[in-house]
Design a binder for this molecule. Sequence first.
Ligand code: NDP
Length: 447
Amino acid sequence: MSDFDFDLFVIGAGSGGVRASRIAAGHGARVAVAEEHRVGGTCVIRGCVPKKLLVYGSHFAEDLEDARRFGWNITARSFDWVTLRDNVLAEVDRLNGLYQTTLDNNRVTTLHGHAQIIDAHTVEVDGTRHSAKTILIASGARPYIPELPGAEHGITSNEVFHLPELPKRMVIAGAGYIATEFAGVFHEFGSDVTLINRSETILRGWEPALADRLLQISIAKGLNFKLNCRLERVEKLDDGSLRIHFTDGKTLDTDVLMWALGRVPNIEGLGLDAAGVMLDSKGAIAVDTENRTNVPSIFAVGDVTDRVQLTPVAIREGHSFADSQFGGKPWRVDYTAIPSAVFSNPPLGSVGLTEAQARDAHGEVRVFTSDFRPMRNVLAGRNERALYKLIVDASTDKVVGAHMIGPDAPEILQAVAIAVKAGLTKAQFDDTMALHPTMSEELVLMR
Ligand code: NDP
């Protein structure tokens, strides 16, 4: 028997922490996990899952409109935010319960409270100390809130799922994943949405032609954009609404302001100094390829390490850590060709290199695009075009990047990601028979 209370002490029961706990316990380790909020973490409780349900809910606005062109006579339609909000929160409760059951079934001890590392083998949770041979930090990240006078009047994606009522006006600061997703959602619910950003672009880092397509479609739908702007302060007015002051002297009034300016690692109060755990230049926990910090008994996975802030990546890091440290089967996460999606309206999906990245990496590239109006949009009278782009390394013919905006792009892209990950060539795409009539057949018809 080991002298420690636990073989593994995990801080944070989110995507990475729960996977690591479950797999390590399956390998026979005695595991404890501490969680100060709710088991399930950002993705399940206040991120991907409830967001996607709101995306589904918001899409009915256009579906019901389009239905008329397909012969359906829908007379009365109205939207009740509270009904959707409460149904989504109930689903979150259900999933929270399932995550807890998973931990319990795997005999993982759950400690509800704030965990602080005391030394390389000791963690304290609400005054009680626990010793562990290995400590895993999986405490995630939280929304960044800028240091501006009045910034506290804004909400974040943590609070948006709990809004008491649908705002008439909503301003979202930022133009990344979270901003563009929630802008689409609340616009469909009927809010007057304005997205404000410091740069002149949205979705920086994405294939520019697709980001531009989303911008154009969003403007046509009636979303407002204020790009290239600098915030100065936020003022709360007597009627409870907010006035945003910009550095150019202009102002913008709104009912709700939401910060979506990126996410910062949760490292405060963890006792990292006491344990001597080092951070990287971005303020995230620095780890090696085995997820090990500079302290040999302390590891970290997921958003707190700020490698790739995506749930499936955190899950895989947690799995690799547990197999490697407790299962006698070491393996490393492969970070190449990670697919990603933005659940905006319409959504985007992307895997591999953008055209610019591919030119840097491979020199000569061939670019294929398909710019088309999906059949359904044609009949619906909806003037929204989809855009698919394949980037091919000219010397090997391998498809090194695939980027799509259009209905169901994320669903289609997951399958394309297999092909790109497998290093298939453009000729192999072309050899594949089209599946007609679909949108995804465009992928094998680009000549
Ligand atoms: P993003 O990094 O996607 O976007 C941040 C936005 O905020 C950008 O528009 C950026 O401007 C702006 N910005 C960043 N820092 C500042 C600053 N200091 N002052 C003013 N503006 C600033 O962040 P999100 O918060 O949208 O999402 C965080 C992460 O969560 C994502 O990167 C992603 O990894 C993950 N996520 C993934 C989702 C998915 O898979 N569908 C959904 C939601 C989140 P600019 O770049 O133009 O300069």
